[in-house]
Design a protein around this ligand. Sequence first.
Ligand SMILES: [Zn+2]
Length: 140
Amino acid sequence: MIKYTLQCENHHQFDSWFASSDAFDKLKSSNLLACEVCGSNSISKSLMAPSVKPKTDKMVKEPFPQLKLKEDSLIKELRKSVEKNCDYVGDKFAEEARAIHDGNSPERSIYGNATLKQAKSLSEDGIPIAPLPWYYIKSN
Ligand SMILES: [Zn+2]
């Protein structure tokens, strides 16, 4: 049995048990999953890690390749949405984030590269930033 935390299009979250990852996919594709709060059929797994009740030792040792794949596709979705809706500013990220915060640059969503030091300094100054799962912070 696998427990998934599910989320509907209206961001309601609820937990549900499934026999397997395939069972979840089958129920979803037959529109048999509905949000417990609003009844929406638009359900997806939330990004949280599922709790798993292993049946055998073998299951404990093996990671869940199917789950890994699903997470990758969620990350791809997120990436698509960020690239569509945000301005890419490359290495100027820290500079630009500060300029927007200070009102010196038009307010918008941006993404780009920052060093760990820059990221730390931005968040210390109360500028909201979030690491994206597909970019690596530079080490210097
Ligand atoms: Zn809902």
